[in-house]
Design a protein around this ligand. Structure first.
Ligand code: MN
Length: 231
């Protein structure tokens, strides 16, 4: 088998403690999955989960102990950070029951769902797709994946992001409206999950803008923290 043009490079994410990497198939994202974030966005906080996607090659790998550089995207003057727990799917499936969801999880990582908030607000008003506000190049900074067995208490973990050393978002994963297992159950009704899928599980309150030169430090208990500089 050969191709008429060079095939695209397989996007992948490092895995803690080993040289083999995790190939990315799709990136799913959950909207408004922490009550206080839903409220800050003008919603009641209780609604069925909804999903959007980023392209697999939107990942911006943040290597352990290093600072990744994210180019400030075009078309926006209001680039927002959303710190999120990322679930990496190792075993695919459809109509996965919440009780079985843990069998499908390979591991977890710290991610940022970077958002062109001005464009997202425009698209909401116009009833247009969010893609341009969520799925742009480098919009998914992510640290190394830690295998699930090494983080048994992920559901209770603290999650935070600082900008230039100041707290912007700080919460706990247990405040998710739809927990990890319920999210997998709902998502796998809409799409057949595949090995290599990443799920950004939503962000807590405190989202805000970053500017060129800002330094973001994000973390979740038990996972590799991430450092990103906006350039
Ligand atoms: Mn998000």
């Amino acid at each position: 088998m050969s191709y008429v043009i060079p095939p695209p490079t397989q996007p992948s994410v490092p895995v803690q403690g080993q040289s083999d990497t995790f190939p990315v198939h799709r990136i799913y994202c959950v909207g408004r999955n922490y009550e206080d974030h839903a409220k800050e966005m003008g919603h009641s906080g209780r609604e069925a989960p909804f999903f959007f996607m980023k392209p697999a090659d939107a990942v911006l790998v943040v290597a352990a102990g290093q600072t990744a550089v994210m180019p400030y995207p075009t078309l926006t003057t209001n680039l927002h950070h959303e710190i999120e727990l990322v679930v990496a799917i190792g075993v695919g499936g459809s109509r996965i029951k919440a009780a079985d969801a843990h069998h499908h999880i390979y591991g977890y990582a710290v991610g940022l769902d970077m958002t062109r908030r001005d464009l997202q607000n425009d698209m909401k008003k116009l009833g247009r797709p969010w893609s341009i506000s969520k799925g742009f190049d480098h919009s998914a900074p992510i640290g190394a994946i830690t295998p699930a067995r090494q983080v048994p208490n992920i559901a209770q973990a603290a999650i935070y992001v600082q900008v230039n050393g100041q707290d912007r978002q700080r919460s706990v994963v247990s405040k998710m409206i739809w927990n990890i297992a319920e999210t997998i159950e709902q998502l796998s009704i809409a799409w057949t999950l595949q090995p290599g899928d990443l799920i950004f599980t939503g962000t807590p309150e405190g989202v805000g803008a970053v500017a060129r030169g800002d330094q973001l430090q994000g973390g979740i208990d038990g996972l590799q923290p991430i450092s990103v500089r906006v350039d």
